[in-house]
Design a protein around this ligand. Sequence first.
Ligand SMILES: [Mn+2]
Length: 175
Amino acid sequence: MSQYLIISDTHGDRDILTKIFNHYRGQVKAIFYNGDSELPADDPIFKDVSTVIGNMDFDQGFAKEHHYQDSEIDIYQTHGHFYHTENDLNQLRERAALVGANVVTSGHTHQLGAEIIDHRLFVNPGSISLPKGPYANLGGTYAVLTVTPEQYTVQFYTRDQLPVDQLLVRFNRPI
Ligand SMILES: [Mn+2]
């Protein structure tokens, strides 16, 4: 079993990132930050964190995308604006098909989501600081992805690091 922290769109809220990164460092296999921190790319907070550039990041030191791979999973990470995810996931789906990843993670919309499309798991953790959409009343969310050979589990958490009961989603891994 492997676990991954996914968080996005803090828009300057450095304190919450510090708190959550400190909690999960050493507890998860990898940490993904999906853009729009509005922090410098070389901020020490991002040590050992996989980051990508968002449309509100002006430090060109951030990468456009990452393709993470370990023995259990491969994860394609990008903010989403290059693929206009504010409209729909069609362009991101095409990019993911080219890359060939099992899991695709993005941010940008500030709306959380976890769904299987084209045999791939798409995870948007929502925004931890400026949430939008049906779950905005939670005040901000992030996600923890758990991977086993058979299943993906995505659990969304609040800023207080409390799991949200109705936001636990399990999928059998597509073949
Ligand atoms: Mn944003």
